[in-house]
Write a protein that binds this ligand. Structure first.
Ligand SMILES: [Zn+2]
Ligand SMILES: [Zn+2]
Length: 366
């Protein structure tokens, strides 16, 4: 990782001071909160995308009109598009998490890469969605911080895993086949990173990593952008364990995951999603022993039930994470799928006053 100066040294200093003083709390799920609004296709489309495509854009420069040949595309479920079409909802979700006591909020950009947006024929929106998503989180954080300057609030610019894996074939009959190349992934992440930084993210998080090669492409792209800007932001990396064997989808244990990414010198390494706190504990424990950086953990509210919902109550989750904290495993903690502002408020209480994990000085560490 480059030795470039911080883009915003005062913000980084505030974050490092907060990390040294206490366990910081990350917000909870965006998708779960969006579901509560029971939005319809028309909500997702808003005015600009009323026809099912972008009224402001065509790839070939033609003017949209009757019979122009553009086909409507369903947008329901394209949650990131709501940053443009229902920014009021996204802002209110950020505000609810900040009111619950979150120190950091994640941008509504999990799927804002060209790879994921291609499913909605909106891959031209990558930069705009990342910029606007970060700007909404920035405004909500600035508002909360203005009310209580003693508690700084940080924007995590989220880079999701995309729907493609760089190191695995989606076709069991063609194990050598790759649906996407390293260079294509890196290009997708470069554009997203530019947008997040323009929108005012304090840090970047490569999140829900199930394929380490995708994370490497993201970190490579982030470095490229930093080089281009001559400035850098702190970077957090959070993987996901997809099955009971305790490995990521690309087959790594938590320990191997750390050793393959530590060269990037992330501000934090952690795990999120897929499992609840109970099943993540042993893997967080391993990371906490081997990683000479901060540890983050934002689990789901338990394992999904038969209906795809999540059953752990705020109290369930908070009591488990309280134990993580008293065992010295945590620097950052929050919630993933199924968590709500009520979960985050309970977690804030559960870790309040407990010392953050001390970063180990490892023998022979570079
Ligand atoms: Zn058209
Ligand atoms: Zn999740």
């Amino acid at each position: 990782m480059s030795a470039l100066p911080w883009r915003n040294p005062a913000r980084v200093a505030a974050l490092e001071a907060a990390l040294a003083a206490r366990i910081l709390v990350i917000d909870g799920a965006m998708g779960t909160m969006i579901q509560r609004h029971e939005l319809e296709e028309a909500d997702y489309r808003g005015e600009r995308f009323a026809e099912g495509y972008d009224a402001l854009f065509t790839a070939d420069g033609h003017a949209h009109g009757a019979g122009c040949g553009c086909h409507p595309q369903d947008q329901r479920g394209n949650n990131d598009l709501l940053s443009l079409t229902r920014p009021d909802i996204i802002s209110s979700i950020h505000r609810d998490y900040l009111a619950a006591g979150a120190d950091l909020v994640e941008t509504n950009t999990f799927n804002s890469t060209s790879v994921s947006l291609a499913d909605y024929h909106l891959q031209h929106l990558v930069r705009e969605l990342n910029r606007e998503g970060a700007a909404l989180a920035r405004a909500a954080c600035d508002e909360a911080e203005a009310r209580d300057p003693s508690k700084p609030r940080f924007v995590i610019g989220v880079l999701g895993p995309t729907s493609r894996t760089g190191s695995l074939s989606p076709d069991v009959n063609r194990p050598g086949f790759r649906a996407i190349s390293f260079d294509e992934l890196a290009e997708a992440y470069r554009e997203a990173t530019h947008g997040l930084i323009e929108g005012g993210a304090d840090v970047l998080m490569v999140e829900t990593v199930f394929d380490t090669l995708n994370a490497k492409a993201a970190l490579f792209a982030i470095d490229d952008v930093f080089e281009a800007l001559g400035k850098r932001l702190p970077v957090l990396v959070s993987g996901t364990i997809t099955d009971a064997s305790g490995r990521t989808l690309s087959g790594q244990t938590a320990e191997a995951f750390w050793y393959s990414l530590r060269h990037a010198q992330p501000l934090a390494i952690g795990l999120n999603c897929a499992l609840g706190a109970k099943d993540l504990r042993q893997h967080i424990d391993v990371l906490a022993q081997v990683a000479d950086t901060h540890i983050s953990c934002h689990p789901n509210a338990g394992l999904p039930n038969a209906f795809g919902g999540y059953d752990e109550t705020p109290e369930d989750m908070a009591s488990m994470l309280h134990e993580f904290a008293t065992s010295g495993l945590l620097n950052l903690v929050g919630g993933c799928c199924g968590t709500t502002p009520e979960h985050i408020a309970a977690i804030v209480q559960a870790v309040d006053g407990i010392a953050p994990r001390e970063i180990p000085r490892l023998e022979g560490a570079a």
